[in-house]
Design a protein around this ligand. Structure first.
Ligand code: NAD
Length: 482
């Protein structure tokens, strides 16, 4: 399949056009230039927000059923182009085809789920509110909050977008989407599907470009009611500061430093699979990576032996290799960042168990071997900071309480995993962990029905589920004298 190439980086008011900002888009597995996307700047943002503001008057008055029908069309369009989207996802991001397939299926499920919630809105609208007085009657409405700006990163292109876009459209908001300048191609393909879905012009707009040229003016535009952002903490703070000037709503999905806890009675084969998935899926470029692996003293040596064998057997290869297990990191900058973390970890005295460099058979591309450290100092960057690469730190613990304290000792609190044969213990530990989502004996499965987001500096608000929809709604009560 040849790589589908959309070079026009602006979709505004129902029209495709090329902006003046040239974004070089590469294939991280080959380092070759895929294409140059012609993105925009402040002027394009201004045009997109103008179009979205004009469209809001009509779109905000549509019924939930009408909006649900459009969302189902988008889901069907994504389904129909599943192969093509998988191809673009792997080409631009470097992730294996099977992972790209999971991404596309998640996008379909998300649009279908929010189609259902949009339809249900009509039933719940104007619900009567019981009052402790016979002199007044009240009803409650949920209304779209306005024009919203969606800013997303490069690690799960299309998926992070779907988690914001589907509920925003379901709520009746009009959207300006800014994809990552590193991975604009999946969002461009998604935009092409949306363009055929029957949405009125201006309801959905896309502006490709850099953070400073597009993300910053979008966060500052006074006509934008809300920014939903996924990315790094440093940028999240900047977005929040800009949004503060016009008291915009802000939802943030930021970094993580999550733990996987292997209790003494754990099924070790399962624990190894879950640790491997939590650390090496998407080449570890996951906000939810369980990069701290905490293992009970009794099984620590045996677990580390098995995990090391598993990591060394992982087939790192081109994303289109039929036997690939782990693909490439997304670009040169991320590759260097992760190698820098590995170097600093060694300087801090951590012990490298395996990995730490590129596979010998892959001289080109941003490939890294799955990497495991032990004896990682608790005050080192390797232990404390988000690495966003295929690097696990394994540490043993003596008691359940110690494991919980180690896991919670972080400014982040996105997710956690617990592996134990004892359901009561596992549930007790899950309840004690400061994380928005805890998996017990399960891989990192995510359902549109369950919320995404975390404690502390990992998130502000929640995505997915009804919470994801509420993030784009205002609540209005009407009280009438009777
Ligand atoms: P990033 O913060 O560098 O960029 C994210 C987006 O913000 C990009 O579209 C970028 O162009 C834009 N941006 C950059 N500067 C901006 C500015 N000044 N104003 C407005 N927008 C700006 O993050 P990244 O490197 O693309 O992604 C990796 C980060 O994303 C990691 O820290 C990871 O933890 C986080 N992440 C979090 C989640 C989650 O759900 N919590 C999911 C995926 C990724």
């Amino acid at each position: 399949m040849s790589v589908p190439i959309i070079q026009e980086g602006l979709y505004i008011d129902g029209q495709w056009s090329a902006g003046d900002e040239h974004l070089r888009v590469i294939n991280p597995a080959t380092e070759a230039l895929l294409t140059t996307v012609k993105g925009g700047d402040q002027r394009a943002v201004d045009q997109a927000v103008t179009a979205a503001s004009a469209a809001f008057a009509q779109w905000s008055k549509t019924t939930g059923a009408e909006r649900g029908a459009v969302l189902r069309k988008i889901a069907n369009g994504v389904q129909a182009r599943r192969e093509r989207l998988m191809h673009v996802q792997s080409s631009n991001n470097g992730k294996p085809q099977f992972e790209a397939g999971i991404d596309v299926d998640d996008v379909i499920a998300t649009f279908e789920y929010y189609a259902g919630l949009a339809e249900a809105l009509d039933v719940g609208q104007d619900r009567v509110v019981e009052l402790p007085s016979e002199d007044f009657a009240a009803r409650v409405r949920r209304e779209p909050c306005g024009v919203v700006g969606l800013i997303v990163p490069w690690n799960f292109p299309m998926v992070t977008t779907a988690w914001k876009l589907a509920p925003a459209l379901a709520a009746g908001c009009c959207v300006v989407l800014k994809p990552s300048e590193v991975t604009p191609l999946p969002e461009l393909e998604l935009a092409a599907i949306i363009a055929e879905s029957g949405l009125p012009n201006g309801v959905f707009n896309l502006v490709c470009g850099t953070g400073l040229a597009v993300g910053a003016p979008l966060s500052a535009d006074p006509r934008v009611a809300k920014i939903s952002f996924t990315g790094s903490n440093a940028v999240g703070v900047q977005v929040m500061q800009r949004a503060a000037e016009t008291v915009k709503g802000v939802s943030l999905e930021l970094g993580g430093k999550s733990s996987l806890l292997v209790l003494a009675d754990a099924d070790l084969e399962l624990a190894v699979e879950l640790a491997s998935g939590g650390g090496f899926f998407n080449a570890g470029q996951m906000c939810s990576a369980t990069s701290r692996v905490l293992v009970a003293d009794e099984v620590a040596d045996e677990f580390l032996l098995r995990l090391t064998a598993r990591a060394e057997a992982i087939r790192v290869a081109d994303p289109f290799d039929p036997e690939v297990e782990m693909g490439a990191l997304v670009n040169q900058a991320q590759y260097q960042r992760v190698l820098g973390h590995i170097d600093r970890g060694l300087s801090a005295g951590a012990r490298l168990v395996c990995g730490g460099d590129r596979p010998a058979d892959l001289p080109h591309g941003y490939f890294l071997r799955p990497t495991i450290f032990t004896e990682v100092p608790l005050d080192s960057a390797l232990w404390c900071e988000e690495i966003f690469g295929p690097v696990l730190c394994v540490r043993s613990f003596a008691t359940e309480q110690e494991a919980i304290e180690l896991a919670n000792d972080s400014p982040f609190g996105l997710v956690a995993s617990v592996v134990s044969r004892d359901a009561v213990t596992a549930e007790r530990v899950a309840n004690a962990l400061q994380a928005g989502l805890v998996w017990i004996n399960a891989p990192q499965v995510i359902f549109p029905q369950t919320a995404w987001g975390g404690y502390k500096q990992s998130s502000l608000g929640r995505e997915l589920g009804p919470w994801g929809l509420q993030a784009f709604q205002e609540i209005k009560h009407v009280i009438r004298a009777v």
